[in-house]
Write a protein that binds this ligand. Structure first.
Ligand SMILES: CC(C)(COP(=O)(O)OP(=O)(O)OC[C@H]1O[C@@H](n2cnc3c(N)ncnc32)[C@H](O)[C@@H]1OP(=O)(O)O)[C@@H](O)C(=O)NCCC(=O)NCCS
Length: 227
């Protein structure tokens, strides 16, 4: 008879990998908050950004003054919030708004900083942004939306809309409206880890309607204390 190995006391919790954000050593982060399991790839630059749980930036991405929800997939070389230079001044060059870089007695022009901050970008939950896309200042991208590779997004993107091109325009809805509404109501991105663990096999095998039929009737178990 093989000897039975006793299970450790925390056997159930061992399902969960450590939830600390994973940050590449070459990434540069300034005044940025990262959620659980957030992942920041090599050479990513983030300034005044909030990154929700499980969202990740592939290599070379950049964002500034941006709030990002949970479970977003951000491909390599994506630029979120391509900041504006002043178009109405003598020059668009930073000599007018960052003169401190050249002259000791002149300070950063706070009016330009404030204008930029007033045009923050908001990205919802479960948004996929394709390779090299650019999201312009002030844009909001809804939950579940998809932005095609190489797109320039100049206008707000509705939830569960797939957009692409320069400027980005609608390609199609990701789901019919009633299905999108059911997913939005489910708010699965707020589920505790235990529920997500149990739901992953169904995500893989059930068609979206069958998944919703099953999981709309289950109440998520209380939140895990994963480390
Ligand atoms: C946007 C995207 C998800 C659309 O996928 P899809 O719904 O299967 O779209 P299709 O391939 O059927 O294309 C539909 C139309 O959109 C156009 N299109 C698709 N992606 C486009 C893009 N990125 N830019 C411009 N046009 C695009 C197609 O040419 C096609 O146009 P047509 O109807 O005139 O022929 C996909 O094309 C894409 O860009 N994925 C991102 C891939 C990526 O960057 N991966 C990096 C790793 S994370």
């Amino acid at each position: 008879m093989p000897q039975e190995i006793p299970r450790p006391e925390n056997f159930e919790e061992l399902r969960f990998r450590p939830s600390e954000p994973r940050i590449a050593t070459t990434a540069e982060l300034k005044k940025t908050r990262l959620g659980r399991y957030a992942e920041i790839g090599p050479r990513v630059v983030l300034r005044e950004v909030e990154v929700g749980d499980f969202s990740y930036f592939e290599r070379g991405g950049e964002a500034v003054y941006t709030r990002i929800g949970k479970f977003c997939s951000i491909a390599a070389n994506v630029r979120i919030n391509a900041l504006a230079h002043p178009l109405e001044r003598l020059t668009t060059h930073k000599i007018s708004y960052r003169p401190n870089e050249y002259f000791r007695w002149l300070a950063v022009d706070q009016s330009v900083v404030e204008t930029r901050k007033a045009h923050a970008v908001t990205i919802g939950n479960d948004v996929w942004i394709g390779h090299g896309a650019i999201v312009m200042p002030g844009v909001s991208v809804g939950d579940g939306a998809v932005i095609g590779g190489g797109s320039v997004v100049t206008r707000d993107v509705a939830p569960y809309m797939i957009v692409a091109g320069v400027p980005a325009g609608p390609i199609r809805d990701r789901f019919p409206a009633p299905i999108a509404a059911r997913i939005a109501a489910l708010s699965w991105w707020d589920w505790p880890l235990e529920t997500l663990f149990d739901a992953v096999p169904d995500m893989q095998t059930l068609a979206i309607e069958a998944f919703l039929d099953k999981w709309e009737n289950q109440s998520p178990v209380p939140s895990a204390s994963a480390k």
